[in-house]
Design a protein around this ligand. Structure first.
Ligand code: FE2
Length: 163
């Protein structure tokens, strides 16, 4: 059994995924700073502020994920060289248009959601409710932000399908 009386092998598997998630969040965080600095055009003020709000939220999550790994008594991946190696996200150029930035972020959200769900499945399998609880909230947060970015992309008056 592990430090917290959980199955050691299953916690190993959960932590491995948590470290991949930590790597993804770091690349996502720096991309948001890139976009916060390099946004141009008529939506500058709205998106400059929105990207700041998003990277501040991500900064909190980065710390929570790393500290959850420590709570499980493992070492979080801590260097950028390792984040670049482990993350499924790619860095972005510094010359994107506002729409390109939003599209890149929506694509990254899908990648992060995939990693969040993989990690949640491992945590659930390990009966690790503390990690599962943290990740469930993150999934709802990134889904809600995705809605807002997708709505920003739509034309005024454009409607969603009705079932
Ligand atoms: Fe700033």
């Amino acid at each position: 059994m592990s430090f917290l009386n959980l199955d050691k092998e299953k916690i190993n598997a959960t932590v491995k995924e948590l470290n991949l998630l930590l790597a993804d969040y770091h690349l996502y965080y720096q991309k948001l700073r890139n976009f916060h600095w390099n946004i141009t055009g008529r939506d500058f003020f709205i998106l400059h502020d929105k990207f700041e709000e998003m990277y501040n939220d991500t900064q909190v999550k980065i710390d929570e994920v790393a500290e959850r790994i420590l709570t499980l008594r493992y070492r979080p991946v801590s260097n950028y060289s390792e984040y670049l190696e482990k993350s499924s996200l790619e860095e972005a150029a510094t010359s994107l248009t506002d729409i390109e930035m939003i599209e890149v972020l929506l694509k990254d959200h899908r990648t992060i959601l995939k990693q969040l769900r993989t990690t949640l499945n491992k945590a659930t399998d390990a009966n690790d409710e503390g990690t599962a609880d943290l990740l469930t909230g993150y999934i709802a947060d990134i889904e809600k932000t995705s809605w807002m970015l997708d709505a920003w992309k739509m034309k005024t008056g454009e409607n969603l399908p009705k079932v």
